[in-house]
Write a protein that binds this ligand. Sequence first.
Ligand SMILES: *[C@@H]1O[C@H](CO)[C@@H](O)[C@H](O)[C@H]1NC(C)=O
Ligand SMILES: *[C@@H]1O[C@H](CO)[C@@H](O)[C@H](O)[C@H]1NC(C)=O
Ligand SMILES: *[C@@H]1O[C@H](CO)[C@@H](O)[C@H](O)[C@H]1NC(C)=O
Length: 374
Amino acid sequence: MASGGRFAAGDEGPIVSRNLLHRLVVALLLGIAMAMAMVRAEHSDHGYGGHELTGHGRYLGVPPRQPPPPPPSQEALLAAAIKDERVTTYVLTQNVDLTTSLPMVSRPSFTVRGMCGKDGRRRCVINGMNKYRGFVANYSSHVALSLINLEFTGLRAVDDASGGAAAAVDGGRLTVKNCVFRSNKVGRGGAGGAVLVQDGSFDISGSAFEGNAAGDVGGAIFFGSDASGNVSATKFKSNSAMAGGAVYAKEGKVNFHAVDFSANRARARGGALFLTVTESVVSKTRFNSNSAGQSGGAVHVYLEFLNTTFCSDTSFNRNTAAKDKSSSKVSIAGPEGDKSRVFFCAAKVPSGVGYEGPDSRVATGCKGCKPTGR
Ligand SMILES: *[C@@H]1O[C@H](CO)[C@@H](O)[C@H](O)[C@H]1NC(C)=O
Ligand SMILES: *[C@@H]1O[C@H](CO)[C@@H](O)[C@H](O)[C@H]1NC(C)=O
Ligand SMILES: *[C@@H]1O[C@H](CO)[C@@H](O)[C@H](O)[C@H]1NC(C)=O
């Protein structure tokens, strides 16, 4: 505004004319620049490609266009959704090969639903590449995590004390529907090769666990301290651990309905299932060809305070206990004098049930069984 002020004053002729000339030149240059910008805009409006415009862009000092960045990977999109607290449901449409473990889930509610294949009905595979772990939610987050129509394979938690390589919920709720867990593994001191739920609740249905392993307990699943829930219409095949080849439940409540346990193996007790201080009703369930290195070819129960009931529609076939052969089906242990029992909903207690101790803790009874399970 300084020169404008001087021009308006009108008392310095030569300066004014020089200023005028200067302004004219500036105006002319501006005019040229604007005209060229318009030409460029027109080119853009007509949809010319980036390459055709490069020349103009250079001339006007605009940097040439960069090639578009590659689209983010399925893994990156999933990780971003896990971190974005506004996302409550994430629909996966392609398989994911992990290159790192998934980030921690910490929000009230998060659902991952697989919709793969042409019709979106196939399970989407999350592959841990035998190195990385899957979903983890801990105490502070109180998450309700739901996993639907997914396959988890090759997930790993190698940390000695960790568990649940595919999904670990500590202080929350885990829902699993129509999922497959295959060849997931936790390390030497680990509990729950595929899934761990602690201090929370769970509902696992319509799923399959095959070939999962834990160095310590619960080859497929570990339910710990105060976890309560249901496992239904689910298969456990060829899982292995030190104790509880498929499932290990401790100090909680778990019901099994229409579950198929086959060829699971424990190096010590409970070829398929190990229940310790846990209330449980087992209905319409099959235990076939499970094995234990010591006792309880199919099931080992450590009884204290809480009862376990096997309904009459539950069957045991070809299970074996290598050391205590008389407990090919179920072995029972627990402190003396305790009033809790293992009940069989039958006319009499079947053979293949052994008690490790002086007093028998087995009885007949049907509490918790549906009328059809009698
Ligand atoms: C639990 O999750 C929160 C939130 O992500 C995190 O800050 C905290 O370190 C986690 N705690 C443990 C014990 O992993
Ligand atoms: C387990 O199933 C029973 C009966 O179907 C239901 O009442 C209960 O709420 C379920 N438990 C959990 C934790 O979902
Ligand atoms: C377990 O069974 C015993 C013996 O029938 C009974 O006295 C007790 O109340 C039962 N406990 C529970 C928690 O249902």
